[in-house]
Design a binder for this molecule. Structure first.
Ligand SMILES: Nc1ncnc2c1ncn2[C@@H]1O[C@H](COP(=O)(O)OP(=O)(O)O)[C@@H](O)[C@H]1O
Ligand SMILES: CC(=O)OP(=O)(O)O
Ligand SMILES: [Mg+2]
Length: 396
């Protein structure tokens, strides 16, 4: 019988999970992974073994779908049944916001949970979905060690000038500053890049995490120098349902002239804007790329426009660019988006090899491209498992 850990990644549109076996003296061995995607719509559960073979699949239709927490219960029961002779000893969680106080993975305690709860207004789409499974597991299985891994932690290397908002100083000491997110994904990509392209990993690289939530990270030598998300995961790129960067004057206007309350504004900016709001159709890039509606094409065009603008800003921050890496749902699976974004960045000396771009894994830039372009699938669950095992094996 071996010990195993479960990694849970509660995203805004999905719960991803992976089970790893800890064999003494060996790297953790992946046992299975899967996800429930389409939360809030028509959830779709899949679980696969490490070779990619399907172990289980279930779909729910609109209306009959259980809520986020009930789906998590289904998932935990399923994992329990598939543990075989292994013994679950710990659960690691992606927690989107660690705030100013939490810059490295931590064992879950009641005091930590209270602290993280206070950050919920800063990550309303994510924090509740990360904290409620931690509480549910603590109640059902108090014997299990739980570890919180923060999306904000990777950006601790950002220089102070990149974290500062131009507000009166006292707000900064209250924690009103830029943090950055998708850190577990960026940490994983930095590690993979060091393996597959070590010289490039030492250089100036922009990593584009384009999922339902989307951000860019400027790295030098594998360390975050700046990123497009800030105090919250609303800032930066156009996302599935989030607006990205917006003139704060527009928010004042909506409040003062449109009479929107704080919670109506939150709903508008987090859940009804972005690709969904601009297209009036869908938050899912797949659906927009397949649609013949002009508004769908306009939403995609805005997504690309803002990508190119913000990437250009990060090139200036880095003082040049050696590499661009695409990852997450859109970054890994939408060659048309990669091609459109790279075409508008050709002034940087970026040239894609169209055949490699359609194949979509590994290096996709043409031989003569001054900037190397890669697609590297992210694996936040692997990062969570790695941190969780390290924490369980340490004395803390
Ligand atoms: N084949 C595809 N083509 C275009 N977009 C895709 C494709 N597959 C997935 N996506 C996009 O990826 C998004 C989900 O990305 P993912 O990283 O799984 O999201 P999250 O972790 O934020 O829930 C979907 O909203 C969809 O827009
Ligand atoms: C931080 C964030 O936006 O995460 P996700 O992309 O999983 O929604
Ligand atoms: Mg995600």
């Amino acid at each position: 019988m071996n010990d195993a850990v479960l990694a849970l990644n509660a995203g805004s549109s999905s719960i991803k999970f992976a089970l790893y076996e800890i064999a003494a003296g060996h790297a953790a061995k992946p046992l299975l992974h899967g996800q429930i995607e389409g939360l809030g719509g028509k959830p779709h559960f899949t679980a696969r073994d490490p070779s990619g073979a399907m172990l289980s699949e279930q779909r729910w239709t609109h209306g009959e779908a259980p809520d986020h927490e009930a789906l998590l219960g289904t998932l935990l029961d399923w994992v329990d049944h598939h543990l075989g002779s292994d013994r679950l000893v710990g659960v690691g969680h992606r927690v989107v916001h660690g705030g100013a106080a939490h810059g490295a993975p931590e064992r879950v305690t009641d005091a930590l949970l209270d602290d993280l709860d206070r950050l919920t207004p800063l990550a309303p789409l994510h924090q509740p979905h990360s904290l409620s499974p931690i509480r549910a597991i603590a109640r059902a299985r108090p014997d299990l060690a739980q570890v919180a891994c923060f999306d904000t932690a990777f950006h601790r290397t950002m220089p102070a000038v990149a974290t500062r908002l131009a507000l009166p100083r006292r707000y900064e000491s209250d924690g009103v500053r830029r943090y950055g997110f998708h850190g577990l994904s960026y940490e994983y990509i930095a590690g993979r890049l060091a393996t597959v392209a070590p010289a490039l990993a030492e250089g100036r690289v922009i990593v584009a995490h384009l999922g339902n939530g989307a951000s860019l990270c400027a790295m030098h030598g594998g360390a975050s120098q700046d990123t497009t998300m800030g105090f919250t995961a609303l800032d930066g790129l156009v996302m599935g349902t989030r607006c990205g960067s917006i003139d704060p004057g527009a928010l004042l206007y909506l409040q003062q002239s449109g009479g929107l309350s704080a919670s109506q504004l939150e709903d508008l900016l987090y859940r009804r804007s972005g690709l969904l709001g601009v297209s009036g159709l869908d938050s899912d890039m797949r659906a927009l790329l397949e649609s013949s509606e002009p508004a769908a094409a306009e939403a995609v065009a805005l997504f690309i426009y803002r990508f190119v603008q913000l990437a250009g800003g990060l090139v200036a921050t880095l003082g040049g660019l050696d590499g661009l890496v695409f990852t997450a749902g859109i970054g890994e699976h939408a060659p048309a988006i990669r091609a459109a974004a790279c075409a508008k960045l050709d002034w940087l000396g970026i040239a894609l090899d169209q055949r490699l771009n359609h194949a979509g894994n590994g290096r996709i830039s043409a031989a003569g491209s001054r900037v190397a372009v890669w697609v590297i699938p992210t694996d936040e669950e692997a990062m969570i498992a790695q941190h969780t095992i390290a924490m369980l094996q340490s004395r803390h």
